[in-house]
Design a protein around this ligand. Structure first.
Ligand code: DNO
Length: 391
């Protein structure tokens, strides 16, 4: 019977996070996933700042296992402006992280917006609250708030009709909340404005999917030597949701994209953060099939589940109850983990707002109890798989 467990980690937003390191210890995680959110995108993470965070984590008896994210500046994604200097800064941050013993780094290459939802408090049957993505709400934002010209040609007729109806009957609370949620970035990093979103959409229109793919490969090539010299593993986070929204291109949404990325820069450092909730929101992704083909490049995993409907709306369901075949995903990860030098870190990604967390100020998706439940379920699943020798 194999006995090698995945590394159980937990995202911590730093000293400002309302979930404390001691809460995390009680939840049972041993590794921390964190980032220096107070440093503006593009600036160098100095050894002093990294060490400060690392010490806080270690004083609690925990380990800083993964950086999520070392953000890729928009000028790098668009390969414009100050991109040469920004690449140098990025590599310097990587060197500093490695010098402090942190070698697994998560990043994304999504234009402008990180993950996108249209509602943060969808009430479930049992009273807990979940993050939700609804195409009609997105169309309301796109057509009537952002007022993107091409949008009218992109949505299906019935979505447009329903969006019009929803908009005409909407009150300002709904519209303000929708606007804020779509424009939301990482909590401590602030929202972007409608104006800058419009500008970015224009910029990415001329870059397109092919251009963004090229810029990503260029980015990987630029950081390759540093990563190889310092044993750094880069893990790209899939697009969330995994299809184009608001006219922005997507390059990490499905098996084809991921295979392209790992084969085009075929170096050990170039890996994947296997996020089941992001990839799982697509109608066409078969996650087990994807994982079978890319598992050797998975250096980090986000485990969560989604329930989708036929038009592509989805909400975040319980970790073991949704459209993602979590049993087979964990089985494959456990199998892959047996041959690894270092255990693959995973974190229970997002959790419901539930029990005492309802009404508490927490980062959307990152309340304590929902994630604690997710982690407990996932650990149980892993133990069951390992104990029954199913790998
Ligand atoms: C959402 C997260 C993302 C992720 C970044 C990685 O909860 O999965 O914010 O951390 O996209 O760069």
């Amino acid at each position: 019977m194999s006995k090698r467990f995945l590394k159980q980690t937990w995202r911590w937003y730093g000293p400002q996070d309302s979930v404390s390191l001691s809460d995390i210890k009680q939840a049972g995680a041993t590794g921390i996933v964190s980032a220096l959110h107070h440093i503006p995108h593009g600036e160098v993470w100095t050894k002093e700042e990294i060490t400060k965070r690392k010490n806080i984590i270690e004083e609690e008896g925990l380990e800083w296992s993964v950086v999520e994210s070392l953000p890729v500046h928009e000028d790098i994604k668009t390969r414009s402006g100050n991109h040469e200097q920004l690449i140098q800064n990025y590599t310097k941050s990587l060197e500093n992280l490695a010098a402090c013993g942190i070698q697994t780094v998560c990043y994304n290459f999504m234009p402008v917006l990180d993950w996108t939802r249209t509602q943060l408090d969808k009430e479930l049957e049992n009273g807990a609250k979940a993050l939700n993505f609804n195409w009609i709400d997105l169309a309301v934002f796109d057509l009537y708030i952002l007022k993107r010209e091409e949008a009218f040609e992109e949505y299906a007729e019935d979505i447009k009709t329903q969006a019009k109806d929803r908009f005409e009957n909407a009150d300002s609370n709904y519209l303000n909340a929708l606007c804020e949620i779509v424009l939301m970035g990482i909590p401590s990093e602030g929202n972007i404005s409608i104006e800058s979103l419009r500008k970015s959409i224009e910029t990415y229109k001329s870059i397109g999917k092919e251009g963004l793919k090229k810029n990503h490969i260029w980015f990987l090539q630029q950081i390759s030597d540093t990563c190889m010299a310092h044993g750094i593993k880069m893990t790209i986070h899939p697009d969330d949701p995994p299809y184009p929204i608001l006219g922005l291109p997507r390059i990490a949404s499905n098996l084809e994209d991921l295979i392209y990325i790992i084969t085009k820069v075929d170096e050990e450092f170039n890996g994947i953060c296997f996020c089941t909730g992001s990839l799982g929101a697509s109608q066409t992704n078969d996650l087990v099939k994807i994982l079978e083909q890319v598992k050797h490049k998975v250096y980090f995993a986000h485990l969560r589940n989604v329930k989708k409907d036929e038009i592509g709306n989805f909400y975040e369901s319980d970790h073991l109850d949704g459209d993602v075949d979590m049993y087979n995903i964990v089985r494959l990860l456990v199998e892959e983990n047996q041959g690894r030098e270092n255990s693959i870190p995973f974190r229970p990604d997002h959790g419901h707002e539930m029990l005492d967390d309802i009404g508490k100020e927490t980062n959307p998706g990152y309340s304590a109890i929902g994630r604690l439940k997710g982690l407990a379920e996932l650990r149980g699943l892993e133990l069951g798989i390992i104990s029954s020798n199913n790998t």
